[in-house]
Design a protein around this ligand. Sequence first.
Ligand code: DON
Length: 439
Amino acid sequence: MALRTYVQGVFSDSERKSMQAMLARVTEPVSYQAFQHFITHAPWDADRVWRRLRAVIPERRGMLILDGTSFPKQGPESVGVARQYCGALGKIANCQVATTVALWTGVRAWFLGATLYVPDTWLTPERRQLARIPAAVEFQEKWRHALTLLRQVRAAGFALTAVIGDAEFGDVTVLRAVLHRLRLPYALGISSTLTVFLGRPRLVAPVPRGLVSKEYAAKLAKRIQLGRTTPVAQHGTPEDASENVFGQHTTHFATADAEGNWVACTATINTSFGSKVVVPGTGVVLNNQMDDFSIQPGVANAFGLVGAEANAVAPGKRPLSSMSPTIVLKEGRPILSVGAAGGPTIISQTLLAIINVIDFGLPVEAALAQPRFHHQWKPDELKIEKRAGQQVLRELEKRGHKLAPVDSLGAAQAISFDAQAKVFFGAHDPRVEGKAEGF
Ligand code: DON
């Protein structure tokens, strides 16, 4: 009865929402004492109420509106009251703010949930105790509330056709990335000051190998002329590209879990059916990785790679490999697992994926979908996906590149982790069959 009185009171059109005023206006009042007890001893978690409400909403399909709803307050006593932007007054004022979600059906908006925003000034031990804020309540930004509410709404069976909201939500890259990942169209405002493709800090871990030293890179970079390719005389005449029959003999997978275990694993039997020998009784196909050695200086292997003595066959040696299963760390913790199949193009694919995620801030799925290109010195040609576009291809040709346009280049898989949002994003290469799955 107290709950019914409260709901009637809250939803009445009266401005006066004090307990006495509410009680005076409702049709079936309870005793003031019972009503007061109900309100002052209300449980923190209203999950059951929301679930009940979501179950009875008669319309189940529409756009989800993410919003902030403010409640101006005279005094500072109610939990969450702080000087903050108060939409109801259009200025900074003492108020409570809740993140709210509603279903817009084209005719009306159904209110589906709200979470009180508790500024961290409320989460000191003293204030927690006074206001009986449970220990489990931690500081959460409004966009995190919005994501939790969105998940709850979907779990309750609502079919969301799109998500709309203002810049308070649109400015958050992770939120946009999650909506993208969920394949939910969205129309979110963004602040005019926001750069959508923010660069992320580069990895600065020292790698003690001359090959990747900044000085060496700078020396090589000096040789690049932007208007023209640089001739490399001693590389000689390019070999013809070998026929591309090497589609499906290398597999890469990426795995990560909440415990911080990460895997980047590339496995191969090299060319079609490897050595074409199966160990009797086992079903195991033996590889022909010996082709990754150079059999003679200047003679290309199956992938057109030309090596010399350093990669000659010798006891105890391993053949050179392009396989580059990679785990990228930030402050000592993994943030990206990536790798690919495709012989020498593996290196280019992996690097392109890393650049797209780390430097251009793309979600992994978008990063793997970007057009790819690859050059391996011999043959002297730039393999490039046609989807890069005619204009790019023409400009490259103008600069002296010999192009080998291809429909599709490689197969990469990746997982990234957003440490702030504690969210994994998995992506498989859209060019080939595959699957990204979370459990
Ligand atoms: O280790 C290497 O670089 C090669 N054996 C990889 C071969 C490969 O990726 C073939 N298939 N897609």
